[in-house]
Design a binder for this molecule. Structure first.
Ligand code: AMP
Ligand code: MG
Length: 349
């Protein structure tokens, strides 16, 4: 059994290609780099740092008036990520999420207001996607053991979990500040939405510190605000789910969020079949059909949840859903690498 853990890399910043001689190319590249890294006429620059969080690589880029302003802002951004990880992680026994799951079947649990807000968005996306997005897939995800302990469960073992994935068993009481899971063994899982939510929260922190532009990239969940120091939009690339070196799309963004879900991010292979980490709630098995879906919308939390949901919905249903959703665009890649974009998907710059 071959286990692969791959992350979607968002390539951000200036991109350039040239057919000139190598010398000219290098010089132009250097000028571009100096321009991108250092400066606008007002002296602002891009400061960037990557670190491991939420089981993946997080990169925060900010436009700052000085290196120290940039570094301090990034410190605050990573502190916010650490705080949210301690609330939302299913890997930490002491997180709010784990505490709630430990109380499944034992009545309502008091949780922070922002936790409630996130669950309400998860419920909203679940309702609008016919439960393709289902935050109660926790027990099924655990049974598949991806990526730590991967195995193909028996159909009986999967079916036995079905009652635990029933969304009617999740009740949220905003006025009381509580959430309840009705049956023992139920488990809320926020892997499909937490990264986008976190990217939103970090963006708010950075804006509050006076940062005028930046990019928060948590694996394939990217949130953008403002522009580069020279006033040009950020350029965000979508990785080829087939593993090719070239991005399949490059989008200019000065706001909004782009999230990609794919079958190549966490998977294992057995008997020539790829089993990945996004489960179809109807079958409790990994989805089939699409290799990846990228969703573009105003906020990270919805981009993240919708990318997961639309991958589950598949090409036909997913395309119809996104076309009918105001302010949402998507790019679909099938198993043959064929691309389909919704009508408002940006043209290549
Ligand atoms: P993403 O990379 O955002 O698509 O999220 C994938 C993660 O969401 C998985 O690793 C699971 O933890 C969780 N998940 C799997 N299937 C679903 C589903 N149908 N709805 C919501 N979350 C899911
Ligand atoms: Mg998602």
């Amino acid at each position: 059994m071959n286990v692969a853990l791959l992350t979607c890399v968002a390539m951000v910043g200036a991109m350039h290609s040239s057919r000139r001689s190598l010398g000219w190319s290098l010089m132009v590249l250097l000028i571009l780099l100096v321009a991108a890294l250092n400066c606008s006429p007002g002296g602002s620059r891009v400061v960037r740092r990557s670190a491991a969080h939420m089981g993946t690589v997080v990169t925060i880029s900010v436009v700052a008036t000085s290196k120290s302003h940039g570094e301090q802002s990034i410190d605050r951004g990573f502190a916010e990520i650490a705080r949210l990880e301690q609330m939302l992680s299913s890997y930490r026994a002491t997180s709010v999420l784990s505490r709630l799951n430990a109380m499944a079947g034992a009545g309502p649990v008091s949780v922070p207001e922002e936790f409630i807000e996130l669950i309400l968005v998860a419920q909203e996306v679940a309702a609008s996607t016919g439960s393709a997005f289902n935050p109660l897939m926790g027990p099924a995800v655990k049974l598949w053991g991806i990526p730590e302990n991967p195995r193909v469960p028996s159909p009986e073992a999967l079916e036995a979990l079905r009652p635990l994935t029933d969304l009617a068993g999740l009740s949220v009481m905003p006025q009381r500040g509580t959430v309840a899971l009705s049956r023992p063994g139920m488990a809320l899982g926020l892997g499909g939405i937490a990264k986008g939510y976190t990217a939103d929260r970090v963006t708010e922190i950075l804006k509050g510190l006076g940062v005028t532009g930046g990019v928060v990239a948590i694996s394939g969940d990217v949130r953008v605000f403002g522009t580069q120091p020279d006033g040009s939009p950020w350029r965000v690339a979508v990785q080829d789910p087939g593993g090719g070196p070239d991005p399949i799309a490059v989008i200019e963004m000065s706001g909004g969020a782009l999230s990609t879900s794919g079958d190549y991010q966490r998977f294992f292979e057995q008997d020539g079949i790829r089993y990945h980490h996004i489960l179809d709630p109807r079958t409790l098995r990994p989805t089939r059909g699409l290799a990846s879906v990228s969703v573009l919308t105003a906020d990270g939390v919805r981009a993240d949840a919708l990318a997961t949901a639309v991958l589950v919905m598949g090409a036909v249903e997913g395309l119809a859903y996104v076309e009918a959703s105001a302010g949402v665009e998507a790019l679909f890649v099938d198993q043959n690498g064929h691309l389909t974009a919704t009508s408002g998907w940006p043209k290549r710059p």
